[in-house]
Design a binder for this molecule. Structure first.
Ligand SMILES: NC(=O)c1ccc[n+]([C@@H]2O[C@H](COP(=O)([O-])OP(=O)(O)OC[C@H]3O[C@@H](n4cnc5c(N)ncnc54)[C@H](O)[C@@H]3O)[C@@H](O)[C@H]2O)c1
Ligand SMILES: O=C(O)[C@H](O)COP(=O)(O)O
Length: 530
């Protein structure tokens, strides 16, 4: 049994990780004290790395992780992981997006109420022995407008609670539809409408290029005087320098922050020092429940990856519903084998790969099939280093042009997957389908119609369609003690070029291949194990 080594480098609930800790084939090392340098030194001996938001999984760490298959994030944000570097190396990145939604939403709501009623400030004053009832007059949430930027899992949960507090909720998210907004009782708005119309603004987007400094000086200038802002998502979505100015000028009456541009935040951050700003040290997901939930999710999915079972929540792979996964998975093997077969027949450097999905396949989510075709094709030349994660990246790196065409009808088959590979000197076509009870079948090689189970070692000859050819090859193989498991022959026209495909029980040595190639009338011999 394989022994996988998993490194846990941030505090993650051991109760939640139970399935991983108990798995016979997995050794888990929990080392939450690693410095960046020691992480670099040890990562090479691990198959997987599990982190929260502290560990910085840089390109250097990923490079040093020569055996890494997966990086798991026990939480949502993956901005501490260089996902591009992981993708290039073919390392799967997974997260646990659902487990801390409620905790973070509740934390945001706690911050909203605390901000409105100045609870942390009043608490601090009284703890210092000062019974001050004048300095902490707050505002009600009732009847106020809350603007939510980023209406995903957390944003929409915050909205539900705000509505229960009789707030008017404006929401902006590029993926929010009017129907969903209406169903949830929120007003679909633009960023401008929120900036100009809200009494409270809370951000719940990921930190990406488009959301960096989503709220900056320009937006603060257009806000209502006395607006209050919250960030329990990621430091950097609100421009901290601009927020300091807006608070100091009185434009912003207060801010609640759980996250910071530089963490850990220290007294050097001016926001930490401002009385109007209430702060927590990135505690959104810090509840017992959330920590168990995210650990269960990431532990289970990681185990699936290590066991080569299907898994969800990959950040650098397309996400498919269970239903979509079920319908597409029978074609995955066919796609990979078609790709491998095409690579074995193509000569010269590949310039372009056309992928055509016809019939029923045209309605399906075919991205996993495209990745499988590319894995088969590029893996034929580059071996194990190619996987579903990095195959499209490697194609791009080799400047191979990729096209995908879908056509809902096919004259012969209910569904057909076709790969056309163009090199600078030639083109190869492989097409295949799924046949009930038989499974994946290759039904076309170039313009030869065939019916081939894509498995085992295939010996393919292109030869003149003339008597004796099959016998000569058969005799030669017999002499080399190679058993033939199956055979088929296709031809374009009598006396023209014919294709013979033999499934043989062992890989041929170079000498036997050369002898077959030298048989008169044989134009080309190819052997491939698929
Ligand atoms: N403070 C914490 O401890 C804590 C805990 C959990 C999550 N988070 C952070 O909260 C954020 C949201 O988490 P989630 O689970 O709701 O994620 P989510 O993916 O469900 O929602 C994010 C939403 O932001 C939207 N979005 C993307 N770009 C946008 C843009 N330019 N303008 C407006 N909306 C945009 C997306 O369409 C999506 O609906 C993430 O950054 C996550 O890391 C923080
Ligand atoms: O993105 C997240 O899930 C949160 O920021 C939680 O981060 P944490 O796991 O470090 O608490």
């Amino acid at each position: 049994m394989a022994n996988f080594r998993v490194l846990v480098s941030d505090p993650i609930s051991e109760q939640g990780l139970a399935s991983l800790l108990e798995a016979e084939e997995v050794t888990v090392d929990i080392r939450t004290d690693l410095t960046p340098d020691t992480l670099l030194q040890v990562i090479g001996s691990y198959d997987a790395l599990l982190v929260r938001s502290q560990t910085k999984v840089t390109a250097e760490v990923i490079q040093a992780g020569v055996n890494l298959r997966a990086i798991g994030r026990a939480g949502v944000g993956v901005d501490n992981i260089d996902v591009t570097a992981a993708t290039q190396r073919g390392v799967i990145v997974i997260n646990a997006p659902d487990g801390n939604t409620i905790s973070t939403c509740e934390h945001t709501f706690a911050m909203l109420l605390s901000l409105a009623r100045k609870i942390p400030q009043a608490h601090g004053r009284l703890k210092a022995g000062d019974w001050d009832r004048k300095s902490f007059v707050g505002v009600e949430l009732n009847g106020k407008t809350l603007g939510i930027l980023g209406f995903g899992r957390i944003g929409s949960e915050v909205a539900k609670r705000a509505l229960a507090f009789n707030m008017r909720v404006l929401a902006y998210d590029p993926f929010l539809t009017r129907e969903r907004a209406e169903k949830l009782g929120v007003i679909m708005s633009s960023i401008e409408e929120i900036v100009e119309g809200a009494d409270f603004i809370t951000v719940h987007t990921p930190l990406i290029k488009e959301t960096k400094h989503l709220l900056s000086s320009e937006q603060f200038a257009r806000m209502k005087p006395g607006v209050r802002v919250l960030n329990c998502a990621r430091g950097g979505i609100i421009d901290e320098a601009a927020l300091v100015e807006a608070v100091q000028s009185g434009k912003v009456a207060g801010a609640a922050l759980d996250v910071f541009e530089v963490e850990p935040a220290t007294l050097a951050n001016r926001l930490v020092q401002l009385d109007e700003v209430i702060i927590t040290p990135h505690l959104g997901a810090s509840t017992e429940e959330a920590q168990i939930n995210v650990a269960i999710d990431v532990g289970r999915e990681l185990l699936h990856i290590l066991r080569d079972q299907s898994f969800k929540n990959a950040v650098n792979l397309p996400s498919l519903s269970d239903e979509a996964m079920r319908t597409i998975s029978p074609y995955v093997t066919l796609a990979e084998k078609a790709g491998r077969l095409a690579a074995s027949l193509a000569t010269g450097s590949i310039q372009k790969i056309e992928m055509i999905y016809a019939g029923k396949l045209a309605d399906k989510q075919t991205d996993p099939l495209t990745r499988s075709i590319l894995k088969g094709l590029l893996g034929y030349h580059h071996g194990e280093e190619v996987n579903y994660v990095n195959a499209p990246f490697l194609a791009e790196q080799h400047r191979i042009r990729l096209t995908e065409t879908k056509t809902s009808r096919h004259d012969l088959y209910a569904d057909l997957l076709q790969v056309n590979v163009h090199t600078e000197t030639s083109s190869v076509t492989i097409a295949g389908t799924l046949i009930a009870d038989l499974g994946p079948r290759i039904v076309q090689i170039d313009d030869f119609k065939v019916d081939l189970a894509p498995e085992g070692t295939l010996l393919m000859t292109e030869h003149l369609d003339q008597p004796g050819m099959i016998g000569k090859v058969g005799t030669l193989l017999g002499g080399a003690n190679v058993n033939i498991a199956s055979m088929q022959v296709a031809r374009r026209q009598v006396g023209g070029l014919a294709l013979m495909i033999l499934t043989v029980d062992k890989v041929l040595d170079a000498d036997t291949l050369a002898r077959i190639e030298s048989i008169e009338g044989i134009h080309r011999v190819r052997e491939v194990t698929i």
